[in-house]
Write a protein that binds this ligand. Structure first.
Ligand SMILES: [Zn+2]
Length: 128
């Protein structure tokens, strides 16, 4: 990969990271102000619970993305960027354009997702 391209990806990743951090801070502030506002009516309690959960989930997905971006930046630094972390084949550029921090090629990503759903879908592990 050319120096120029690496630099472009790095700045895109940094930009995305910055955006996510700002977003995360905003969401946290929103959640905090919601809680600070108190519950005007006991009937609203479930709404506040719902909103707080929702904001937490949102925050978690942002945090996960930031971690992925950090990992991609590290791979970029080590010259391993764009290489599938599982089969070590190059990840197609079209995929990296859509998801610049993708650690796996499409095939491996699908295999991992299948494995994960198998694992979580298994009823009572160890009791076959
Ligand atoms: Zn792969």
């Amino acid at each position: 990969m050319s120096e120029e391209r690496t630099e472009k990806i790095r700045s895109e990743l940094m930009h995305r990271r910055e955006h996510l951090l700002i977003d995360l801070r905003q969401k946290n502030a929103e959640a905090a102000s919601l809680l600070d506002a108190g519950v005007p009516d006991p009937g609203d309690m479930s709404l506040i619970d719902y909103l707080t959960d929702f904001l937490h989930l949102l925050g978690d997905s942002r945090r996960e993305e930031i971690v992925k971006i950090d990992e991609a930046l590290l791979r970029l630094k080590e010259g391993k960027y764009g290489i599938c972390q599982r089969c070590e084949e190059p990840i197609p550029l079209e995929r990296l354009e859509v998801q610049p921090y993708a650690p796996f090629c499409v095939g491996c990503q699908e295999a991992i997702e299948r494995e994960e759903s198998l694992r979580s879908g298994r009823p009572q592990e160890g009791k076959l």
